[in-house]
Write a protein that binds this ligand. Structure first.
Ligand SMILES: *Cc1c(COP(=O)(O)O)cnc(C)c1O
Length: 455
């Protein structure tokens, strides 16, 4: 694993050095580079701009038929390095400069070779998985996942004759038992949405490396992680041996709740395949959304996350002390069961412990009843000023929701049918997910306190 990581770093450095001015950029901290980006890029001449322009053009003027032909030939072509040469832009769905600049910045943020952006997080997740599987293959996933990801794996992949299996990916024995000769992808989130359980990425890497021994390159298992909850500010999975990272840009990276988007950060060897996939399936990120994420989201990511994370610790400690709360899961709490693992794999760009801004908690309920959680959520929806009942997360506004009945309701639909795995038991009906925003922490706590008094 060490050599693999070293090689990845070397490749990334070579690529960055090739850009004009980027040799200088690579000496600056990531936090600084997310603000200044590749502001000297061959993708677009904006030497007069402080802010990159939105390039809003569905199609691009070609100077000759021959140049058009060359552009089509070179698109996603293995012999062309688009980080060294300006691609011949043809049509927005293939490639265009604003999204291209965002992709460079996202690869920097995650420490990966390349990034490919999609219209939503789900478009990115389904593309990353679909690119890697053929009829007859299997995907092995953690038992608890974002609801739509679970629905994709169980409702849609089987129609392509791809089977989804589930296991406890954090248990090396369960993971090793779940892997078969047909497994091509191991997929999970860490922290898991919404339970905040963590998965030890280096341990997953070791189990998968063992299973990959003796396999032909096309049959090797790829490790995919959804890093939406942590954001690259708090965790860079590629540093821990993961092959491919997926994101919903709608959440912490976008940061303001104004645009949807998704991204896949992946090794150079898979970049062209995913570009071809995106060209043909068509779910590209619009340049206007890309511009917002490039200009507002990424440059403010570190400042937002550092602030939200500080507030989250105070909120989690308040919840933990409250007599009506039965359990709080926040990796920054001393009581967090996987605290040592959290400290190992959740770190900011300076290496400081970075447990993020997401909290999951449950209220004390009467046996078999979940009305305390509901009363609490209803109070918040009706009366709270700075805590909002809404799905989504990672925004400047504090958001609260009930995953069992909302974001993860796909699990309930599945539980109605005959289900061989036990995922549904992992989500408590009364569980509450809190995404801490940028408000004053006393105000967030005051709204929660009033709600708890009603629960
Ligand atoms: C929201 C979310 C997604 C889906 O992203 P969209 O942008 O809504 O398509 C995937 N994974 C996680 C962990 C999420 O929170």
């Amino acid at each position: 694993m060490k050599t693999r990581r070293k090689t990845a770093k070397r490749t990334a450095k070579r690529v960055t050095d090739a850009k004009p001015g980027a040799g200088v950029a690579s000496k600056y901290a990531i936090r600084t580079r997310l603000i200044h980006g590749t502001s000297k890029t061959p993708k677009w001449d904006y030497s007069h701009h402080v802010i990159p322009p939105i390039t809003s053009s569905a199609t691009f003027r070609l100077s000759s038929a021959q140049r058009g032909a060359k552009g089509f030939f070179e698109f996603a072509c293995d012999s062309i390095d688009t980080t060294r040469e300006v691609p011949i832009y043809i049509y927005d769905r293939l490639d265009e400069p604003t999204r291209g600049m965002l992709e460079e910045a996202l690869a920097t943020a995650e420490g990966g070779d390349n990034a490919v952006c999609f219209a939503t997080g789900m478009a990115a997740i389904t593309a990353a998985i679909s690119m890697l599987v053929r009829a007859g293959d299997e995907v092995l996933a953690h038992h608890t996942l974002y609801g739509c990801t679970y629905s994709f794996l169980t409702n849609w992949l089987p129609r392509q004759n791809v089977k989804a299996r589930f296991c406890d990916v954090d248990d090396p024995n369960s993971l090793a038992r779940g892997i078969t000769a047909k497994t091509r992808v191991v997929y999970f989130e860490t922290p898991v949405n919404p339970t905040m359980e963590l998965i030890d990425m280096q341990r997953v890497r070791a189990v998968v490396d063992k299973a990959n021994r003796g396999r032909k390159p096309v049959e090797r298992i790829q490790v995919l992680v959804d890093n939406t909850f942590a954001t690259p500010y708090c965790q860079r999975p590629i540093e821990h041996g993961v092959d491919i990272v997926v994101h919903s840009l709608t959440k912490g990276i976008g940061g303001f709740g104004t645009d949807m988007g998704g991204a896949v950060i992946l090794p150079k060897a898979l970049h062209n395949t995913l570009m071809l996939y995106r060209k043909d399936f068509g779910g590209v990120l619009s340049p206007k959304a890309a511009w917002n994420i490039l200009v507002y989201g990424l440059p403010s990511l570190a400042a937002r996350m550092a602030n939200m994370q500080r507030t989250a610790r105070h909120v989690a400690e308040f919840l933990e002390r409250h007599p009506k709360v039965s359990r709080v899961a926040y990796p920054g709490l001393a009581s967090f069961p996987q605290r040592a693992l959290a400290e190992k794999q959740m770190a900011d760009y300076r290496g400081k412990f970075a447990p993020g801004s997401m909290i999951y908690f449950t209220l004390k309920e009467r046996p078999g009843r979940y009305d305390a959680g509901e009363r609490f959520i209803d109070y918040i929806a009706d009366k709270a000023y700075c805590v909002t009942l809404a799905v989504s997360l990672g925004q400047v506004k504090t958001l609260i929701e009930n995953p069992y009945s909302m974001t993860h309701s796909a699990y309930q639909a599945a539980a109605g049918s005959k289900l061989e795995h036990e995922e549904k038991q992992r989500l408590e009906p009364g569980g509450i997910r809190l995404s801490v925003g940028l408000e004053d922490r006393q105000d967030i706590i005051a709204d929660l306190e009033k709600g708890l008094a009603e629960a």
